[in-house]
Design a protein around this ligand. Structure first.
Ligand code: MSP
Length: 524
């Protein structure tokens, strides 16, 4: 039932210079959770992700592996694409920047900038610092002195990546002409960058004055050729950022998908790449006379046992390690519950097991298991028909039907999923408390009719919880809803109301556990 405004959300597209790790997985799950929430809440959603395949970093890694760049990209891109089924990502399209459609879009945006603002692209010579790892230019005053693993001193970018001195003929983009327009954008649309801490960071960077940026390279050829000058390839970030419009049909600005979905509602990216998204991207779009995305959300980094993930520390976690140890939905829940809005998150095994067992196995899982088992055994395997609801029943049902989605929606719309889940689990805790207080096992002998009402209330609250948690734990939620025989076409949020309650007499299957308890040793 998609009756609200179309919603377009993207993730960063990942470099294909290594296998996906937990950080990539976190970003994709975070975006997927938002996309699913919006679909369930009645929006037609377009969710785009993909791989960023050009540039010196990828070319160098391919060469180090003795491979042709395209062949290397094909192999690594597949590993990122496979995160889709592995993590149950509901993306609608997976874009590769080596696709023909993207070449066309990238060349067109270049031409449009030139056509609309002929002074904005000019040929000159670049002489300055470049970090291949960041694929970014840095000024002298941003650099610090670093020491590499062999003890050699060299200059490093703020990200810790070494920089090299580059001198070459290059096209430039007149970014300096956009300082005031960008500051006005941040001023007029404070929501453009969130969280606020990142917004402040960007504003102070732009206030410091912008320099024109080099947007083409001549010392390698792994990129989109610059229109009318085949000696140059485009700077990888200009091509990469353009993926967000390629994905909805650019350069065909009259296509149905472009008209429907551009401008994007959310670009979800890591905190390390806000300069590209919040400064360069809107400036490129302004220069090309295209609309700007509505919001950039910068998430934090996932650290492992309190440390930044790095190959040299040896603490890089592959998404598969977590899926094998905890299960898919458990991993999705853990990441969404543990990481606060825009903050760094820490992964540690001990805490993960504790969280999964307390919230999923003992919390929601136990609520579903004990309720459905009691119904199956004591109500002839069918949802009981309730008698009159008392005040406690009515209060619990009201919280489920009227408060739950209303309470979590503002947090979800701001991507504060940790808070939204905390709210959902308050209801899980209340429902478990209701089971204990009502003690249906005692009612079984003393007042079997009241027992039926209590079990009905619980089943109905579980239906609502099952519908609600679909955006975070889709498989487990389906299991819950399947067990309650909720029809497939009655699973969006519009069915969370007293008008769509379970029908007494509906037969259910023998209940199966939804979230097994993790054994600490096995998971380790
Ligand atoms: N290719 C660029 C993005 C281009 S978007 C037009 C890039 N790729 S990346 O592979 O280096 O990173 C992809 C995304 O993963 C980025 O948003 C980055 O911030 C995120 N992460 C990389 N490591 C991460 C963590 N440890 N934790 C969370 N996210 C992290 O940048």
């Amino acid at each position: 039932m998609a009756d609200k405004a179309p919603f377009y959300i993207t993730t960063a597209i990942d470099y294909v210079n290594g296998a996906p790790h937990l950080g990539h997985a976190y970003e994709k799950i975070l975006t997927d959770v938002m996309a699913r929430f919006k679909r369930l809440d009645g929006h037609e959603v377009m969710f785009l992700t993909g791989t960023d395949e050009h540039g010196q970093k990828v070319a160098k890694t391919a060469e180090a592996n003795g491979r042709e760049p395209k062949e290397f990209c094909d192999e690594i891109s597949l590993k990122f694409r496979e995160m889709g089924p592995q993590l149950n990502l509901s993306y609608d399209d997976f874009i590769r920047t080596t696709e023909e459609r993207h070449y066309e879009a990238s060349k067109t945006i270049w031409q449009k900038i030139k056509e609309n603002n002929p002074d904005d692209i000019y040929l000159d010579k670049y002489a300055g610092w470049y970090s291949v790892r960041d694929e970014g230019y840095f000024t002298e005053d941003e650099l610090t002195e670093g020491v590499d693993s062999e003890g050699n001193k060299h200059k490093v970018a703020p990200t810790g990546a070494p920089v090299e001195w580059v001198e070459q003929s290059s096209y430039f983009f007149r970014l300096s002409a956009y300082t005031d327009k960008l500051l006005k954008l941040y001023e007029d649309h404070p929501e453009f960058i969130s969280p606020d801490s990142r917004r402040n960071e960007v504003v102070s960077f732009v206030k410091g004055g912008l320099q024109d940026i080099s947007i083409s390279r001549t010392n390698f050829d792994w990129g989109v050729p610059v229109p009318d000058d085949e000696d140059h390839v485009m700077y990888v970030w200009l091509d990469a950022l353009t993926n967000y419009i390629t994905g909805v049909g650019y350069p065909d600005v009259n296509s149905e998908s472009y008209k429907k979905f551009w401008p994007a509602d959310f670009h979800v990216v890591g905190k390390d790449i806000i300069r590209f998204h919040c400064v360069y991207w809107p400036a490129f779009l302004m220069a090309a006379n295209l609309e700007l995305p509505k919001r950039i959300f910068a998430h934090g980094f996932i650290n492992v046992n309190g440390q930044k993930m790095s190959k040299s520390v040896g603490n890089v976690v592959a998404p598969k390690d977590l899926l094998d140890a905890y299960g898919l939905d458990q991993t999705r829940y853990l990441l969404m519950r543990e990481v606060s809005h825009g903050q760094d998150g820490n992964f540690s095994h001990e805490y993960a097991v504790q969280r999964i067992n307390s919230d999923l196995a003992n919390g929601l899982g136990n609520l579903v298991q004990r309720t459905l088992s009691m119904i199956y055994k004591n109500c002839d395997g069918a949802i009981p028909t309730p008698n009159e609801f008392n005040a406690d029943d009515k209060l619990l049902l009201k919280k489920a039907h009227e408060h739950l989605i209303r309470d979590i929606r503002p947090d979800c719309n701001e991507m504060r999923f940790n808070r939204a889940l905390e709210t959902v689990w308050k209801l899980v805790i209340e429902a478990n408390g209701y089971v204990d207080a009502q003690a249906p096992w005692t009612l079984k002998k003393e007042d079997p009719e009241r027992m039926k009402t209590v079990l009905y209330v619980l089943a109905e609250v579980i239906r609502v919880l099952g519908l609600t948690v679909q955006f975070v734990v889709p498989d487990a939620a389906s299991k819950i809803l399947d067990q309650l025989k909720v029809a497939e076409d009655q699973r969006d949020f519009s069915f969370i109301s007293a008008d769509h309650m379970l029908v007494g007499g509906t037969e259910i299957d023998q209940p199966e556990g939804v979230f097994p308890r993790l054994e600490t040793d096995k998971a380790a």
